[in-house]
Design a protein around this ligand. Structure first.
Ligand SMILES: Nc1ncnc2c1ncn2[C@@H]1O[C@H](COP(=O)(O)OP(=O)(O)OP(=O)(O)O)[C@@H](O)[C@H]1O
Ligand SMILES: [Mg+2]
Length: 467
């Protein structure tokens, strides 16, 4: 069942219940108030009659005409009265009763005999209901007369009947109008949801460039649309990345394969000397090593993605690590007269995996040496700021174009100037660095100017004991 219908039905049922309860209560209160007012007026009239009879000393009882001329309020057309003797026989009755015979009920007789008044509702054939009050007139503890005043309940019945008709008509009309309004409002409120559904269908059909138009109001729907757009944005980005990654990976693996294939075909064209075969095999071995490295690194990254790489968590003295790497890097730079120097080195201990941290630093230093120009200088330094160890590796090499900066941590990404500078490299080193830094809860930043050099800064939280 569609949400719109469900909302309207729920709302309608709740409203119907409220309206019915409201009507029943209203009707009951109204009936009761009318009855109370009628009783009050009957009692007032009866008491007037009683008082006037008392004033006159009860005796002798006049006849009707005399009584009426003296107490005109007893002759009101909407009421009639009767005066009974204690035995229940009628002594006087008002003329508007005419031929009707309204005897005193047993109950009225008994109650008045005990000196109490009684209200009754009486029904005589072919007549509207009557409301009666019977009041005793006592004299020295003895019942002298019973005054009964009555009135027809026709007016109350009429009023209530009318009221009921109004309710029976008005309640369904009100219900129908609010159901209509509810249906309309539910439709309006849900319209953006339909729009979102349609857009989601288009997007699901494969067009990730689609975005929802965000409604101007910052309400639930607006936030939903925004969240949805964010999600699509991220999906779009990661799909692009995966596509890029696949094409880069295939390309990276294809190059060594092409080289091997070319060399092998060439050497097989005619019989060769053992030396020739050996040299081709050696060159092939190099390419195979290269591919093995790529595949190993890829395997490492994908295991890291799946959270399968175990990380040690032990105190690691970074200053010793830096000095070790410095020694290694000096050898790396020797061929091209690149000087690797130590800047400030402060003692700093972090919690982590020593092998991974070594790999991180080595990758950065290797890059610095690799992307330096001959006779360039690479500087490694380690400082602390009280809470963090800050490692930096800076070089005076080719630098990284600003537009490439966000991409260098992507797998297989190598900027064009790096490609022209050296053929060596797969573009996986920094991706691994980023993962290592992230799993040590640190961060890695780059500052670079094309042609002037780059500085990579790694910030790692210090181990608690040394902090
Ligand atoms: N010190 C640097 N100076 C200039 N460019 C750099 C430097 N370090 C990294 N880059 C750029 O970032 C890219 C990615 O570096 P990364 O270390 O991931 O790959 P790589 O060095 O090309 O290959 P490898 O996987 O062998 O390390 C490099 O190709 C280069 O364009
Ligand atoms: Mg590298």
């Amino acid at each position: 069942m569609p949400l719109r219908l469900r909302l309207t039905l729920w709302y309608g049922s709740a409203l119907a219940l409220v309206l019915v309860i409201f009507s029943v209560v209203l009707y009951a209160v109204m009936a009761r108030n009318l009855r109370d007012a009628m009783d009050q007026s009957l009692e007032d009239t009866a008491m007037t009659a009683v008082r006037s009879l008392e004033e006159r000393g009860f005796l002798p009882l006049l006849d009707e005409e005399e009584l009426l001329s003296q107490f005109p309020e007893l002759a009101r057309i909407d009421k009639f009265f009767q005066i009974f003797s204690p035995s229940g026989t009628i002594t006087i009755r008002s003329p508007n009763i005419k031929q009707h015979d309204l005897p005193l009920s047993r109950r009225a007789l008994e109650t008045t005999f005990n000196g109490k008044k009684l209200f009754e509702t009486a029904k005589y054939p072919n007549e509207p209901q009557l409301r009666l009050i019977s009041v005793p007139i006592m004299y020295r503890g003895r019942l002298l007369y019973i005054v009964q005043v009555g009135t027809s309940m026709e007016s109350i019945e009429h009023t209530l009947e009318h009221f009921l008709i109004v309710l029976v008509v008005a309640v369904p009309v009100a219900l129908a109008v609010s159901l209509g309004a509810g249906w309309f409002l539910a439709g309006r409120a849900l319209r953006p949801v339909d729009a979102i559904t349609l857009a989601a269908q288009r997007i699901a059909a494969g067009d990730l460039s689609q975005r929802l138009t965000i409604p101007p109001a910052k309400d639930e729907i607006g936030r939903l649309a925004e969240t949805f757009n964010d999600m699509i944005g991220r999906l779009d980005a990661s799909f692009r990345q995966i596509r890029q990654f696949t094409s880069d990976a295939s390309h990276e693996l294809r190059t060594p394969l092409t080289v091997m294939k070319g060399e092998t075909e060439l050497v097989l064209r005619k019989p060769r000397s053992v030396e020739d075969y050996r040299s081709v095999l050696e060159s092939n071995l190099e390419e195979i090593d290269r591919m093995t490295d790529i595949v190993d690194e890829l395997l490492f990254l994908s295991r890291a993605d799946m959270g399968e790489v175990k990380m040690e968590c032990k105190p690691v003295a970074l200053e010793t690590l830096v000095e070790d790497i410095h020694r290694q890097a000096t050898l790396l730079g020797q061929d091209r007269q690149i000087e690797v120097v130590l800047g400030t080195v402060m003692p700093a201990t972090v919690q982590g995996d020593e092998l991974r941290l070594r790999e991180l630093l080595l990758n950065l230093v290797e890059n610095a040496v690799k992307y330096s120009n001959p006779t360039g200088k690479v500087e490694i330094s380690l400082v602390t700021d009280g809470q963090h160890a800050i490692l930096s590796v800076s070089d005076q090499g080719i630098g990284i174009p600003t537009e490439d900066l966000p991409k260098i941590f992507n797998r297989f990404y190598r900027s064009d100037n790096a490609r022209t500078h050296t053929k060596k490299g797969t573009g996986l080193g920094l991706a691994i660095c980023a993962w290592i830094v992230e799993s040590h809860k640190g961060r890695i930043d780059v500052q670079s100017h094309v042609g002037r050099g780059s500085t990579f800064t790694v910030t790692l939280p210090l181990a608690k004991a040394s902090a």
